[in-house]
Write a protein that binds this ligand. Structure first.
Ligand SMILES: [Zn+2]
Length: 288
């Protein structure tokens, strides 16, 4: 239960938010319009990711936050090309030692999206249909990141003191395995994160228009590649069929089995029963 002073403040905050809804939606529209796809490894999209992170950094700086944009070097792709990794933003608002510090995590990259995938509207044009907003990243995860920023800006606009110190860690490679995030977190353990009391992973969804989800645990993802390789030369199917191992047949058997094995037949990795391949991945190379 909120005290009456609290509920009075909340009323003021919500009133301000309602009055400025169009402004907030307009910003989300601008963010959704940036095709910050981290999955397709092409220079044009990496540029979009840099643009997205710079826009978010500006937004936070305009709010009065101290923002560090951490350069994370480049990513070596299996095909030999090297692509720059978008910076991770570390932002800070307030450092009152009397207040707890809450750190919000969010990501500003998205999965690929094309109208042909089955979208009813252009994925990069935020569109309202029946009171719902459709656009790539609107909920995962640009909207939730903006929600925190909007909440802070509302406190600021009403000249209300924030009850907590706020930190944000925003990345642009979440959909591609959060490349470089772990390294940065370890590096900042005793610096940026040393004063953090609570972490809120704000990468979530709403269960209905009025019911947000509160996730208190995740299974996580791990990705893997399976490569089955046979002889380099062609063999006549009539002469050799049925004698030589066939990589396609091996691959099908492998994917249908409960375990991945090395060529010595030792179990490399067991699939947890009930998990799907999409959710469970490890890097394995097999040579038939
Ligand atoms: Zn997400």
């Amino acid at each position: 239960m909120f005290s009456s002073a609290h509920s009075g403040l909340l009323e003021k905050l919500f009133h301000y938010i309602d009055l400025h809804q169009d402004e907030f939606v307009q910003t989300l529209k601008e963010w959704v319009a940036i095709e910050s796809d981290s999955v397709q490894p092409v220079p044009r999209l990496r540029q979009k990711l840099f643009q997205m992170m710079a826009l978010a950094a500006d937004k936070l700086r305009n709010l009065g936050a101290g923002v560090e944009s951490i350069d994370l070097g480049s990513q070596q792709m299996p095909d030999g090309q090297s692509l720059p990794i978008p910076p991770i933003l570390l932002a800070e608002l307030g450092s009152d030692p009397e207040k707890p510090t809450v750190c919000f995590y969010g990501h500003l990259d998205v999965q690929p999206a094309q109208k042909d995938d089955g979208w009813l509207t252009d994925p990069y044009t935020l569109t309202e249909v029946d009171g719902k907003l459709y656009g790539r990243g609107a909920t995962d995860n640009k909207g939730p990141v903006l929600a925190w920023i909007n909440a802070v800006s509302t406190f600021r606009a009403l000249q209300q003191d924030l009850p907590v110190n706020i930190k944000l860690i925003l990345e642009g490679m979440e959909e591609a395995g959060s490349i470089a995030l772990e390294e940065l977190v370890m590096r900042e353990k005793d610096h940026f994160f040393s004063s953090v009391d609570y972490i809120v992973i704000s990468d979530n969804l709403w269960l209905s228009q009025r019911k947000p989800a509160l996730t208190y645990g995740t299974r996580g993802n791990c990705y893997f590649t399976v490569e089955v390789k046979c002889r380099d030369q062609d063999f006549h199917s009539g002469t050799f069929g049925g004698i030589l191992n066939e990589p396609m047949a091996d691959l099908v058997a492998l994917l249908g089995s409960n375990a991945f094995c090395t060529k010595e037949n030792s179990v490399l990795f067991s699939l947890v029963s009930g998990s799907s391949l999409e959710n469970f991945i490890v890097i394995v190379k097999l040579y038939a």
